[in-house]
Design a protein around this ligand. Structure first.
Ligand SMILES: C[S@@+](CC[C@H](N)C(=O)[O-])C[C@H]1O[C@@H](n2cnc3c(N)ncnc32)[C@H](O)[C@@H]1O
Length: 344
C-alpha cells in the first residue's frame, strides 16, 4: 500500500491545514475512480453488510462488483413522499437503481459524478439493469456530469440527497462546500442521507496528507462528533445516526501509528429543519423510560412519557431529563441505531 506523505503534508494532527486552496488530492480521486470503473476493486470501500435484496430487483453482477459504498443510503422510510432524489457520486449506479426501485418515475433520480468513466459505466449498467428488471427503464435515472461542490440543480428542487462514501474523501473546506450545496438543493424538511467512514480519533497528518489513501476512503474520515458538527454548521437542524459499525483498522505497524486506529462506517440522515435556538436535535438511539407511580410523566417541554414505555429522545433532551435527577426516570445510552420514531 502506498503510504507516502505528499509535499503538502500538514503539521496539524488531522491534516486540516490541507484546507483552503488545497485541491491537489482531487487528481488522485479522479485517477482512482477511473481505474475502479474499468476494473473492479474488491478492497475499495464496501463493508460486509449485505446489499439490499428486494422482490423483483435484480442488480447486475458488474454493479455489485463495483459497489464502492460503505453502508446503505436507501431506506423506504425516507421515500414515502419523495418525488425527486439526487444521488451524488453515482459510482456504478447500484444505489441509484435501488432508489429508482422505490420512486419508479422517469427523472425521479438524478445521479451526478465528476468522473466521465464512472458516468459512462453507470449508464451502461443501468441499460443492463433495464434488461433484467421489467419495472425499470433507464429514464428513471438521469446520469449527469456534476460536482458535489457545485451541484447542477436549482435551489430547493429535491426531496432527498444521498451520498455514499464520497464526502469523507473531502478536506474540511470541500466538505463544507458539499454540505452547503446539498442543503441548498434540498426542499425544506428534505433529507440528506449519508454513509461514510468516521474515525475513532483524528487521523494523523502523515495519513491525512496521503492523496491515494484519502481517495480510497481510508484517511479523510473525521471523528463522528466533528462529522455531525459539520452537518449542523451547514444548517441541518435534525440529525439521525442510524447505523455505526466497524469498517477498517489503520493498524499501527502498517500505517506508522502508535496504536491501531479504528474506522467505523456510519449511516446518518441530516434533515433540513432550522437549527433550534437551544441547539440541534441529534438522535443517536437514546430513550427515556418513566417507571414511577403515575400513568405518565410530562417534562413540561413537550415530552409525555407513558409509564414503562421507552420514548426515543434526542441527545439534548436525554441530557435535560438526566439533569432532573429523578430515580423514577431511566435514560439509556446511545445505541447508534436510531430507527426514526422519537421526539426532540
Ligand atoms: C467511493 S465511490 C462511491 C460510489 C457509489 N456511491 C457507491 O456507493 O458505490 C465515490 C464516487 O464519487 C465520485 N466523485 C468523486 N469526487 C466527486 C465529486 N466532487 N462530485 C461528485 N462525484 C464525485 C467518484 O468518481 C466515485 O464514483
Amino acid at each position: 500500500m502506498d503510504t507516502h506523505s505528499g509535499p503538502d503534508a500538514s503539521p496539524s494532527p488531522d491534516g486540516s491545514a490541507r484546507d483552503g486552496a488545497d485541491s491537489s488530492y482531487l487528481d488522485a480521486v479522479e485517477a482512482l475512480y477511473r481505474e475502479a470503473a474499468d476494473v473492479p476493486q474488491p478492497a475499495l470501500c464496501c463493508t460486509q453488510s449485505p446489499v439490499w435484496e428486494l422482490p423483483g430487483l435484480v442488480v447486475p453482477a458488474a454493479m455489485l462488483e463495483r459497489n464502492y459504498g460503505c453502508g446503505s443510503t436507501v431506506s423506504p422510510r425516507d421515500l414515502a413522499r419523495a418525488k425527486r432524489v439526487l444521488y451524488v457520486g453515482v459510482g456504478a449506479g447500484m444505489e441509484a437503481l435501488q432508489f429508482a426501485y422505490f420512486l419508479r418515475r422517469p427523472g425521479g433520480v438524478v445521479a451526478v459524478d465528476t468522473n466521465a468513466a464512472m458516468r459512462a459505466l453507470a449508464g451502461e449498467l443501468l441499460e443492463d439493469a433495464a434488461s433484467v428488471n421489467e419495472w425499470f427503464t433507464p429514464a428513471m435515472v438521469q446520469v449527469r456530469a456534476g460536482d458535489a461542490r457545485a451541484l447542477p440543480l436549482p435551489d430547493a428542487s429535491v426531496d432527498v440527497v444521498a451520498q455514499n462514501c464520497l464526502f469523507n474523501i473531502f478536506t474540511r473546506a470541500h466538505l463544507a462546500e458539499a454540505l452547503a450545496e446539498a442543503h441548498r438543493v434540498l426542499a425544506p424538511h428534505g433529507k440528506l442521507v449519508l454513509s461514510d467512514p468516521v474515525a475513532e480519533r483524528p487521523i494523523p497528518a502523515h495519513l491525512a496528507a496521503d492523496d491515494r489513501l484519502r481517495a480510497a476512503c481510508l484517511s479523510g474520515a473525521l471523528p463522528l462528533s466533528e462529522y455531525l458538527a459539520a452537518l449542523v454548521d451547514a444548517g441541518f437542524g435534525t440529525l439521525e445516526v442510524r447505523a455505526r459499525r466497524p469498517y477498517r483498522v489503520l493498524d499501527a505497524a502498517r500505517y506508522g501509528l502508535e496504536d491501531n486506529l479504528l474506522l467505523e462506517a456510519v449511516e446518518v440522515v441530516a434533515i433540513k429543519d432550522p437549527v433550534p435556538a437551544d441547539g440541534p436535535c441529534i438522535f443517536t438511539g437514546r430513550t427515556a423510560i418513566y417507571v414511577g407511580d403515575e400513568d405518565t410523566l410530562d417534562d413540561g417541554r413537550g415530552h409525555v412519557l407513558l409509564r414503562d414505555l421507552p420514548l426515543g429522545v434526542c441527545d439534548k433532551t436525554a441530557s435535560a431529563l438526566e439533569g432532573l435527577g429523578r430515580a423514577d426516570l431511566i435514560v439509556t445510552k446511545s445505541t447508534w441505531h436510531y430507527p426514526g420514531d422519537g421526539c426532540c
